[in-house]
Design a protein around this ligand. Structure first.
Ligand SMILES: [Zn+2]
Length: 115
């Protein structure tokens, strides 16, 4: 589905939203698993959205809900740049770990029948 960007006539894909995906983070474990900072367990897991424009992110608009990962708030904060990478890791390492977590999360969503 597409819409027109106001005034420019340029087609823009509408952002995909799926409340079932976002809410499915409840009772899930973090799948990003950054060593040294990950909270593990299920208490602090959220649906962490991809930060790049390839996922539909623009300005304050979050990426499509398919472009996410089960992440604890500590791993999400490192991915978001709100806290530094864990000791011995670069930000690129954090991004790679987030992408691994994204793939694990997509597989998990399918296994649960959410997608
Ligand atoms: Zn974590």
């Amino acid at each position: 589905m597409t819409a027109r960007i106001s005034g420019l006539g340029i087609p823009k894909a509408l952002t995909y939203r799926n409340k079932r995906i976002r809410e499915s983070a409840r009772d899930e474990e973090c799948l990003v698993r950054l060593p040294g900072i990950c909270m593990h367990g299920t208490a602090a897991t959220i649906w962490s959205h991809y930060r790049g424009s390839a996922g539909g992110k623009g300005g304050a608009l979050k990426s499509d809900d398919l472009c996410g990962a089960y992440a604890c708030t500590a791993c999400d904060a490192a991915y978001d740049g709100q806290q530094p990478p864990p000791a011995g890791m670069t930000y690129a390492d954090v991004v790679a770990a987030w992408h691994e977590g994204h793939i694990r999360s997509i597989v998990r969503l399918h296994a649960k029948g959410v997608i």
